[in-house]
Ligand binder design. Sequence first.
Ligand code: SF4
Length: 436
Amino acid sequence: MSERPGPRRPIPIAPVPAPAGSATPGMGHSAHTGGALATQAEGALTALPPLSLYVHLPWCLRKCPYCDFNSHVWRAPDAPAAGAKPDAATQTRYRQALVRDLEAALPQIWGRTVHSVFIGGGTPSLFEPEQVEALLADIRARLRLEPACEITLEANPGTFEAQRFAAYSRAGVTRLSIGVQSFDDRALAALGRVHDGAQARAAVQEAAACFDTWNLDLMYALPGQTVDDLDRDLETALALKPPHLSIYHLTIEPNTRFALQPPPQLPDDDSAYAMLDRIIEATTAQGLSRYEVSAFSRPGHRCTHNLNYWRFGDYLGLGAGAHSKLSFPDRLVRQVRWREPRAYLEAVERGQAVSNESAITLEDRPFEFMLNGLRLIEGVSLRAFHERTGLNVALLEPALQRAVAQGLLVHDGLQVRASERGLDFLSDLQALFLPG
Ligand code: SF4
């Protein structure tokens, strides 16, 4: 579990119709199906947005019952037991596949500078620091990274060994994101986590000693959790002085163990709202400001990578199941890579890492832009809408007027943002921008 907004997005993507050959199969001008919404010229971009790099390391020690991420338990060949770190040969083979995947993708991002790198999973901290160091060297040898490029690595307390975080820092990681979820042993057991509260505290203290900036992931509305329980978790978390906090409502996602066997005593909606109020109150009192629906930071510690994602920037995703969104002067493209680690490794070796690809049509762009932009408390600028979708701002006007009339949106002519009511009913607000 982690601060990764990307993979949760339910955006339909068509299968790649033919093996390799073309870098962007099925992406001719016929993809521009704007119809009454706009002409082809309206969809053209005059500048490309910032580019981020996402790298997916897919293995975990075990699968958490609420998890719908592309995470897999690693099994050694010929060994029935699961729940170990991928062995050295697997780590090396996977890293080499990532590099081949990157090399094949380079023509799509020629000349562009990378503003942030996010190594997510799965549990990336199962990979040895030497592997992460080699991976970052391979990336730097092929891509121009901004001098102050944010490089985040996700880590889980259950995989933590003393000195490991310091080694990631020496390897070039600038920011650690720690999947704590709770400090309460009972809640951690209900969530099926591999760590306990003491391990979580030790991991956070080690991260604070090794990194200038880091994130702590928490969850709320947990099975049997009361507002008092949440208060204790918040107190423990805030006493550790995190520069950044991501706090998620536990949701029951389809295709998870919790969907088949729902946990008992989930807090109802009113209790969950009361918990969110407590979270906002407690974080504000400690100098953290809520800048996105689930993200809180001290000044200067916002997550560059996720901000780019929320602002409809570009990202190249490498690794099993990784998603990409890439802009070109005449089109916007989404891609997904093969999801199963073994299938991904074999596909990369055949030169076919991408399993699915589709255009973001002119009709879909307003919704796709607003879907994430309205999660930001400051909202998004209409100028960015024009620059990143290639569409005329006037196209938004009917939806903007409806949203303002319903009290869901604040609109000053330059910037639009969700009102307080809009944040409470965010999916209703986002739905106003769906193609008609
Ligand atoms: S550790 Fe994170 S990615 Fe892995 S199974 Fe648990 S929630 Fe999913």
